[in-house]
Ligand binder design. Sequence first.
Ligand code: NAD
Ligand code: ZN
Length: 386
Amino acid sequence: MAYRIKIPPCVYSGIGSIEDIKTIVNKESAKKALVFTDKGVAGAGLLDRLLKVLDEAGVSCKIFDGLKPEPAYQDVERVAEQMDKENGDIIFAIGGGSVMDAAKLCSLLKGSSYKVKDLLDNPLLASKQLKTVMIPTTCGTGAEATCNAIVAVPEEQSKRGIVNEEMIPDYVILDAGMIAGLPAPIVAATGVDALAHAVECFTSKKATPLSDTYALASAKLIFRNIEEAYANPSNIEARDSMLLGAFYGGVAITGSGTTAVHALSYPLGGKYHIAHGISNAILFAHVMEFNKDACQERLASLCDGVYPECSAKSQDEKADYMVSRIEAIVKNTGIPTDLNAFGVKMEDLEFLVDAGSKQQRLLVNNMKELRIEDIRSIYLKVLKEG
Ligand SMILES: NC(=O)c1ccc[n+]([C@@H]2O[C@H](COP(=O)([O-])OP(=O)(O)OC[C@H]3O[C@@H](n4cnc5c(N)ncnc54)[C@H](O)[C@@H]3O)[C@@H](O)[C@H]2O)c1
Ligand SMILES: [Zn+2]
């Protein structure tokens, strides 16, 4: 079987690597940057750090900070319209997956007659108009590594992924200084999202030796560091490992693909606006428990890579151990384990089953086929009576 992987061509990593932006703008002869961010990132003082470096490099900026987390495609279209009124020769995104995805879409839309809606219907219509520099400030989505952009589609009460290789970022800056002050609940939610990318990609039907390399590297870094990065904000090494792990998880997504955890999580984000990392975390252990018999060998091999100290366990025990670690990590990082806190009720069950079963782009990657009754029984596990 032939396989391939798409990777951003230039990645700067390490504390202080934000300074490397000077090299990038020099190389690209950039004079004016279109900078995408949101209020949370700006409020944390991170935008100022980028603006200082750009100023020192003699590059002027136009800032777009009106994006809200987990935007609908109409929100991205509004920002794209604002951007179209500006000249600029390079795009920067400083933020989490929401900001980076919007910036990636805008890199295709600049000066074109297409809208995000057109790309939902036909993702391959548009091509890259401006180069992009991604600076992740959460340790989760890996959006800085992928050709995907996820948007909410309110009329479907769900989310959808737009996949186009033209969205592969041109430059990535993985500077742990950007997540040093990331609040613990966001470390938890985005970190478990990254963990889900690693585990789902490793157990995906589409996994290849190339994607396995990145998924395993990601899993090692995240399983081993997430609880420490959550509990001890001053441990910058743990946060650095999380940022690198999230990036590797993103690379694994382009080589393989996420599976049923992400598929069933989309309606929870799209209709109930539960943050992406949280909705994945709530479903994660239940879906892997369901998948376990079909992925036992893969989960055991993940265990060998991440926890070599468990080598004496049987294959069955190793698979069980990985599912129990996922469950423990969600609990230890204070993430809710059911949908009660989000106002999702038992009467929402059939909506969830219907919307979840429509996420065929990802469900086809799942090693074990999910029948409607399997989907229903997974959602039932995270719904409470009352
Ligand atoms: N493109 C992909 O491959 C891909 C993969 C997975 C998820 N996603 C998408 O990414 C989005 C989620 O992104 P996310 O989980 O990174 O979160 P996010 O971008 O939605 O940010 C969550 C919140 O954290 C705040 N924040 C970010 N960095 C901060 C910092 N350093 N300090 C303080 N606050 C900070 C933001 O202001 C925001 O309020 C979803 O829309 C999801 O569907 C994309
Ligand atoms: Zn994700």
